[in-house]
Design a protein around this ligand. Structure first.
Ligand code: SF4
Length: 370
């Protein structure tokens, strides 16, 4: 049972039935349709209209229930999911990865150090273990097993793959489709010790996709966690938000004041394509990344997120003119039509048109000074 749309609500209102009170404005809205649209977004109290039939009230209340509760543990949030499939809307909180450390077992200190210091960087995101659970004692910034067990979470101990998978799917369906409160608690899967790391990886990967809110491991394996975090990042990326990198000046191969200067937007895919080429150049370079809400260069230009003024502001913000002697900025070839406009705004530098494709940067640089 998904949320009611404005049109579905409208069907119950006087205007749709051509009944008395049609568009009477008593609710403060100009029409019944306007009221329906507001109600669908939860922007108005349903009782503002005195002419709503009881069956709509019941339906609305049922549909407005939160499918899954959000639980916060040591600063991380799990649960709060509203959909079965990411393309329906988005997933809200990524599957947390927790490691259990038993302080009564030999080698716990070494395990703790490895877990605490584990970090990978992927698409500009620094990924660490989300939670450490301690047994038989406590450590800073960790949660004890006793306190963890008191949280409003549902536990599934992973003993049989099909059973765990079916249970996870069933719980999420009950929560999202039926909004059954008995199934509204976030779910974690507990993995006992195993030497079969490949099977563990396959099972945990499936549970990230469907539908564990947290995975708790007794063992800690850096390779396993790296693989799972990589998968998780892909599953939990919001398809409505383009991946973006930080807007700043990036340096490649130790540039100095005479090095080449390139420019692009903060769309992650463009950035990494260009960055790969610049890294492999035989000469050092800078890459100015402008803020463009994660849009590629042409999209950013057409949405007015890459304008001459914005570029000028970015250069000013990073004080590029004060840092380098080189006075040439190479812009993406796709923005060749902006050359005069950019030149007008950026007086300190000469605008040079670069390549349309990142892979051609190497040849472009070779021919630059010929
Ligand atoms: Fe329509 Fe009810 Fe608003 Fe009147 S009070 S305009 S009937 S929604």
């Amino acid at each position: 049972m998904t949320e009611l749309s404005g049109l579905q609500i409208f069907r119950y209102l006087p205007a749709a039935k051509k009944a008395e009170h049609t568009n009477c404005k008593e609710c403060g809205c100009p029409t019944c349709m306007a009221f329906a649209l507001k109600l669908a977004k939860h922007n108005i109290d349903i009782n503002k209209c005195k002419y709503i039939p009881d069956d709509l009230k019941i339906l609305y209340e049922q549909n407005s229930k939160e499918p899954q509760k959000t639980v916060e543990i040591n600063g991380i949030k799990i649960g709060g999911e509203n959909v079965l499939y990411r393309h329906e809307k988005t997933f809200v909180n990524k599957t947390a990865i927790a490691i259990l450390i038993d302080l009564s077992k030999p080698g716990w200190k070494e395990k703790y150090e490895r877990v605490k210091n584990f970090e990978i960087t992927r698409v500009n995101e620094h990924l660490k273990i989300d939670l450490i659970i301690t047994k038989n004692g406590n450590l800073p910034e960790c949660i004890t097993y006793e306190d963890f067990k008191k949280l409003p979470l549902k536990e599934i101990v992973d003993e049989d793959f099909a059973k765990t998978a079916n249970e996870l799917i069933e719980i999420r369906k009950k929560a999202v489709i039926e909004k059954d409160e008995k199934f509204s608690y976030p779910v974690y899967v507990y993995f006992n010790h195993t030497d079969d790391i490949n099977t563990l990886c396959a099972r945990a990967s499936f549970y990230i996709c469907k539908y564990a809110n947290m995975l708790v491991f007794e063992d800690f394996d850096e390779n396993l966690v790296t693989a799972l975090m990589t998968l998780r990042q892909n599953i939990f990326t919001d398809p409505q938000k383009p991946l973006q990198v930080e807007s700043k000046i990036y340096e490649f191969n130790n540039p100095d004041e005479n090095s080449l200067i390139f420019m692009t937007t903060n769309f992650a895919l463009t950035f990494f394509a260009v960055a790969n080429e610049l890294e492999s150049l035989p000469v050092p370079s800078y890459l100015i990344v402008t803020p463009a809400e994660g849009m590629s260069v042409l999209t950013a230009w057409s949405a007015e997120k890459f304008t001459a003024k914005m570029v000028a502001n970015t250069l000013k913000k990073f004080d590029l003119a004060g840092k380098v002697k080189n006075r040439k900025i190479i812009i993406p070839g796709l923005l060749a039509h902006m050359k005069d406009e950019l030149q007008e705004e950026i007086k300190d530098f000469e605008i040079v048109i670069g390549t349309v494709d990142a892979f051609a940067i190497g040849d472009f640089v070779k021919n630059l000074n010929k």
